[in-house]
Design a protein around this ligand. Structure first.
Ligand code: MN
Length: 571
């Protein structure tokens, strides 16, 4: 069912209400394609519906651009559609303000992907963002080239990998394919020429084999749900060609045959039947049912030597596995029905749970099949974000800071000069005190004043060691010439063979040299036979210290002795 059909069948429902609301809100806007703007939120909601998402998500999909692009206020959405929908729309609006500028280290892209998850708080916000991005990518050709490049790059480096992590491989692949011609136009044209013929030849070859496979399965009592062909995506084909010397002939999984079967037992049965017809290529049998991929993907893969000695890849899975491979974590989402109209084709019912619990269950399943902790789980661990927040600079860049950080921490993270000259801050466009506690998703702007100096009070509330060190350094500079630095000190280090009364003897020698000991630390030296003793003395007078060391050397248990001057400290 499309959203339009849902609206028709339930004109009094919430989806119909959101449909009209968004249509009116965007009435004056046009897309770059010339169409009415409403086409876009409608397409976004349709995609979410195809992913079997719940009603609140679909409604939020219809409304997702209203706060950003029209006069509609978040409060109005809350009043009309409830807090949950307003929360989702606000989340998408926040994500929309983050811009990835590329040319950054992979670590930074990874950080941004995590941040998107953290800021979203609810995975449904990510789903809406992904559906929004998918439609924008499908209609990217209408935008000016500069914008095309930026959006394609962001999709390639952030959103497609994020979709992959969430197990939405199909979406991830489609996003990569849509981005590919904009990022690598020449390579794309080359590939089209190279591959077109090869594709066609492969499909013809597979068409001939399809009835053979079907009959072999049916003879053994396995009735396939579907048998179809799966062409390798351009983006992944290109990656593979780069590894294989750009020779299209060597890519034998250019088109794979995909069998969708009723049960897991059928899958293993079919694998055996295929191997009895054509010999498998050693090392190419992959059992992702027993050992799912880290992102949850389950399927059997095998490559066989087919007729005419051509290599041929099979992907074998159940309907359920197929649905999961297509929709990933979204396939595990809450399925809700609208007054009897089920949104999903299959009648799987999931109880309504918070997304954190969903994730936990997902993780447990990973644990059961013996998967090791991996990137996917790492990036989704909600705990991981517990002690970090992610905030956004006026340029749309993301900084991650410890929980409890303040605008001062933020300022020093940007640059020490910004920190030193900070005089005020705006968070989400509101003036706040410099001690204000920041939260994930905050947009932070620092107001500076030339020649301003940091205040000692900042040390009370800053959270990052970076800010603390910088403030101290700055204060020290300021105080130079005003106050004296503390007298220099010396630390004497000895390696000794311990005995009863040794420390006392050492202390006496030091005292007779008119040197005060400020601290004395003893520890077992490496090897465990000797002790090391460090004594901090309140003088740095070279003569005095060296005379002292000369005297200490007379104690025969002191095997080694050295000293160093300690850094001056501000008092
Ligand atoms: Mn949008």
């Amino acid at each position: 069912m499309t959203i339009k059909e849902i609206v028709k069948s339930e004109p009094g429902g919430q989806i119909a209400k959101a449909y009209k609301f968004a249509e009116v809100a965007h009435a004056k806007q046009k897309r770059k394609t010339g169409e009415p703007y409403f086409v876009h939120p409608l397409a976004t909601a349709d995609i979410l519906n195809q992913w079997h998402l719940d009603e609140a998500t679909i409604i939020a999909g219809l409304l997702h651009d209203t706060i950003e692009d029209t006069d509609v206020k978040s409060e109005t959405i809350a009043k009309e559609f409830g807090e949950q929908v307003a929360f989702l729309v606000n989340g998408v609006t926040k994500l929309g303000k983050i811009k990835y500028r590329g040319a950054e280290a992979e670590a930074k892209a990874e950080n941004l992907r995590k941040m998107i998850l953290a800021i979203s708080e609810d995975l449904r916000v990510v789903f809406i963002k992904l559906a929004d991005r998918l439609h924008n990518m499908r209609t990217l050709s209408a935008l000016p080239p500069q914008k095309q490049k930026r959006i394609a790059l962001e999709t390639h480096e952030i959103y497609a990998p994020l979709a992959y992590r969430l197990g939405m491989q199909n979406l991830s692949g489609e996003l990569q394919d849509l981005a590919f011609p904009y990022l690598y136009p020449e390579e794309y044209r080359w590939l089209q020429v190279q591959v077109a013929e090869a594709y066609e030849a492969r499909i013809k070859y597979l068409e001939k084999l399809k009835p053979v496979v079907k009959k072999a399965l049916e003879d053994k009592g396995i009735n396939p749900v579907t048998i179809d062909f799966r062409a390798k995506r351009y983006s992944s084909l290109y990656k593979k060609l780069l590894r294989q010397g750009m020779d299209v002939e060597k890519i034998y999984d250019l088109v794979a045959m995909r069998l969708i079967l009723k049960t897991q037992a059928d899958c293993y049965g079919a694998l055996g039947i295929i191997h009895s017809i054509w010999p498998p290529l050693p090392g190419r049998i992959k059992d992702y049912i027993a050992m799912p991929k880290p992102n949850g993907y389950r399927s059997l893969h095998t490559t066989v030597i087919g007729p005419e000695k051509k290599l041929l890849e099979f992907q074998i899975r159940t309907d359920e596995m197929h649905d999961e491979a297509e929709h990933g974590i979204a396939a595990h989402w809450i399925y809700k029905s609208h007054g009897g109209v089920a949104l999903n084709k299959q009648k799987r019912v999931f109880e309504e749970t918070k997304w954190v619990e969903q994730l936990k269950r997902w993780q447990e399943r990973q644990g059961e099949v013996g998967a090791t902790p991996d990137e996917f789980l790492e990036s989704l661990k909600v705990d991981f974000f517990k002690d970090r927040i992610f905030v956004i600079t006026p340029r749309g860049e993301v900084l991650d800071l410890p929980v409890g950080s303040t605008p001062v921490d933020f300022a020093y993270e940007i640059h020490s000069d910004v920190g030193d000259t900070a005089m005020g801050a705006k968070v989400n466009n509101q003036l706040v005190p410099l001690s204000h506690e920041l939260h994930s998703g905050d947009f932070v702007e620092i107001l500076t004043q030339k020649n301003k100096k940091p205040s000692e009070d900042w040390l009370i509330f800053v959270k990052t060691s970076n800010a603390r060190d910088r403030i101290r350094l700055s204060l020290r500079k300021k105080q130079t010439g005003l106050r004296k630095t503390a007298p220099l000190k010396a630390e004497i280090k000895m390696i000794v063979k311990d005995r009863v009364g040794l420390i006392k003897d050492i202390a006496i020698v030091i005292a007779r040299s008119h040197v005060n000991i400020e601290g004395l630390v003893t520890a077992l030296a490496p090897g465990g036979i000797f002790q090391s003793i460090k004594a901090v003395c309140d003088t740095a007078e070279k003569q005095k210290i060296e005379r002292l060391i000369f005297k200490l050397k007379a104690i025969k248990e002191i095997k080694e002795i050295s000293y160093r001057l300690l850094e001056p400290q501000v008092v």
